[in-house]
Design a protein around this ligand. Structure first.
Ligand SMILES: NC(=O)c1ccc[n+]([C@@H]2O[C@H](COP(=O)([O-])OP(=O)(O)OC[C@H]3O[C@@H](n4cnc5c(N)ncnc54)[C@H](OP(=O)(O)O)[C@@H]3O)[C@@H](O)[C@H]2O)c1
Length: 243
């Protein structure tokens, strides 16, 4: 079994995921670049390697069972175990997303990627994570999934636009994170949700105000928690995010 610390980041070909891969690579870790498109994955691996990161490509579409299983086999062959899984890949499903007009297909597609995709990839990787001395799972969520902030005094300032697929998909993901933490309590696996803040990426037409590197910081923090660190919680840079 490899002695190196091995991480897998889903949706690592661009945006925040790319910077999470770069940040974990800067720690000297070997980083699997999970990406569904061959060319985008190859380009990202090349850029990361040029920056000194020990990066390797992992073909991965989070909506596909066979793809997740193949990704687990690749990591098993390549490294024999996995220390850190960052479930970063997500979609908004397109805006606007008014509840009174939404196409139900949009909800299905977003949940398939943002929620079921995380469960699919996590369960495919769990046998490899269980071989690690300090396994960590980081689910990239969003504070728009916070029901407290959605129902607060000025939700348009703190919880984004009305978005009936994307925002509830992150609420669902937070709830799923908590269920994993409950089942895995008593093991050495820590699983938490993180919000990167409002980051300029493709996801929001580059309207965000933070850089992808700033957005990656919370994932790196949760990926490197000590063994007595928290599990089943939801964090942003400033601290705990209310559910
Ligand atoms: N940007 C923000 O302000 C913000 C705020 C809060 C939370 N977040 C969260 O942060 C994470 C990263 O977002 P981002 O802003 O960096 O978005 P992004 O630039 O749009 O990147 C999303 C990544 O997910 C990948 N992806 C989408 N569907 C996939 C699938 N089925 N299989 C594999 N990969 C897939 C994309 O791959 P392709 O290139 O192939 O499409 C891309 O690599 C997401 O979980 C997002 O919800 C972002």
């Amino acid at each position: 079994m490899s002695e190196r610390t091995i991480a897998l980041v889903t949706g690592a070909n661009k945006g925040i995921g790319y910077e999470i891969a770069a940040g974990l690579g800067a720690l000297g870790w070997s980083v699997g670049v999970g990406a569904r498109d061959d060319q985008r994955r190859k380009d990202a691996v090349e850029r990361l390697r040029a920056a000194g990161v020990d990066a390797f490509g992992v073909p991965l579409d989070v909506t596909d069972d066979a793809s997740a299983a193949a990704a687990a086999r690749l990591i098993e062959d390549q490294a024999g175990h996995l220390d850190v899984l960052v479930n970063n890949a997500a979609i908004t499903g397109g805006m606007p997303q008014e509840p009174t007009r939404v196409d139900p297909a949009t909800i299905r597609t977003v949940v398939e990627t943002n929620v079921i995709g995380v469960i699919r990839v996590t369960n495919a990787m769990l046998p490899l994570l269980r071989r690690s001395a300090s396994p960590r799972i980081v689910n990239m969520s969003s504070s728009v999934g916070s029901l407290t902030r959605q129902s607060g005094p000025a939700p348009e300032q703190t919880a984004g636009p009305v978005a009936v697929a994307y925002a509830p998909s992150k609420t669902f993901l937070n709830a799923v994170t908590l269920q994993y933490a409950r089942e895995l309590s008593g093991t050495n696996i820590l699983i938490n949700a993180g919000c990167p803040g409002y980051v300029a990426t493709d996801l929001n037409g580059f309207r965000g105000v933070r850089t992808p590197e700033q957005g990656a910081a919370i994932a790196i923090r949760l990926a490197t928690l000590p063994d007595d660190g928290p599990t089943g919680q939801f964090f942003e840079d400033a601290g705990v995010v209310p559910w």
